[in-house]
Design a protein around this ligand. Structure first.
Ligand code: COI
Length: 355
């Protein structure tokens, strides 16, 4: 039994016994919301800093119809995961990186942001309060979704007078319906994801609804998702709706540089470092769409997606196929990263935080 926070405003001792699991069909998990017991909430005025937050029972939140986030999309989100080790202990992966990315995004979106310590503490409290929802080792993870949203009322276009930082959780397994099977992408030539000096590099909620149309169209046509090109020249690869992209040829791995239109993924950054440690030459630069035709392998990275192989990319009338499966670079990087995240491979980098 441990004191984890306030529930309905009262400091409460909650049973967080190690071996108690929620009633979940662990083998049936995908990436859909499975509501858990608790969420974390913290509210502050726009001209102040966040104070102490609290854990409360998971449920709907009340906001004014004129909340900044509802009317003008003033909001950011993050994504990170808690993993259960074989011995039952819980691990977070590089949570400080999410905190810093939220701070950078908040500055761009004119919002106050939690400190790194407040952010990491909120993740810990949310994961521990919901520990019976963390899947058994090997069955998935507890996805933690921090939100920073303008909840104060506005009518004219202006920063909201009040903000809410909250974290909720859901057990998850594979993101795509393909499971671990290779993805089939097509190069999106009609719609753009981000423009130069826009907010493509920021995890603002307003980057995500605009990609739904292309994503839905791709799925209707039997593809997993789309691959975006740069909006200025349509010559360079940018990213997929929900993840970054890498191409590999021989011992060289290339990924689009984070030049402002690409989300600076934490999985992306980690995979680059692991690949370098494994002796690959990693280039971060503009990746011409024509290079897709030369690649041996293509793979996607993201918190939700993990490290996922791409089997085919369709670009206009051309369909390109890539090596997938055993003895691939994608497989090697995936197993190293997930081994570190789940505690089966020793973390020599200080990436994992046991809570
Ligand atoms: C994540 O990978 O955590 C994301 O935030 C992407 C989201 C579209 C699921």
């Amino acid at each position: 039994v441990a004191r984890i926070g306030k529930i309905l405003g009262i400091w409460t001792d909650v049973d967080i016994s190690e071996d108690e699991y929620a009633n979940v069909e662990w083998d049936g998990l995908g990436f859909g919301l499975v509501p858990t017991d608790y969420m974390y909430m913290n509210t502050c005025r726009g001209d102040q800093q966040f104070g102490e937050g609290q854990v409360s029972v998971f449920g709907n939140i009340q906001v004014s119809p004129s909340a900044g986030v509802l009317n003008y999309g003033q909001g950011l989100f993050e994504g990170t995961k808690a993993y259960r080790k074989e011995n039952g202990h819980l691990l977070l992966f590089r949570p400080q990186e999410n905190a810093i990315r939220m701070q950078i995004g908040a500055e761009r979106m004119c919002m106050p942001s939690p400190s790194v310590d407040q952010f990491v503490d909120a993740l810990k409290q949310t994961a521990l309060a919901n520990r019976r929802w963390v899947p058994p080792a090997g069955k998935g993870s507890l996805y933690l979704r921090p939100l920073l949203i303008g909840t104060g009322p506005v009518l004219g276009l202006a920063p909201a007078p009040e903000y809410t930082f909250l974290v909720y959780a859901s057990p998850v397994a594979n993101y795509f319906k393909e499971g671990t099977a290779p993805l089939n992408l097509y190069v999106e030539e009609e719609f753009d994801r981000a423009s130069r000096r826009g907010t493509g590099s920021v995890k603002t909620i307003s980057n995500y609804a605009p990609v739904l149309k292309a994503q839905m169209r791709a799925k209707t046509r039997g593809f997993s998702d789309v691959l975006y090109l740069d909006s200025a020249t349509k010559k360079y690869v940018e990213e997929v709706s929900s993840c970054n992209i890498f191409i590999a040829k021989g011992k060289r791995i290339t990924t689009p540089a984070t030049n402002g239109t690409i989300l600076a993924g934490i999985t992306r950054k980690s995979v680059i470092e692991i690949a370098q440690d494994h002796g690959y030459e990693v280039e971060e630069r503009g990746v011409a769409v024509d290079e897709l035709a030369e690649a041996d392998e293509v793979f996607c990275t993201g918190t939700a997606v993990g490290v996922a192989p791409v089997g085919t990319i369709t670009y206009g009338a051309k369909r390109m196929e890539y090596k997938t499966g055993r003895a691939t670079i994608c497989q090697e990087l995936h197993s190293t990263l997930s081994g570190i995240q789940t505690g089966t491979i020793q973390d020599n980098k200080g990436w994992v935080l046991e809570i």
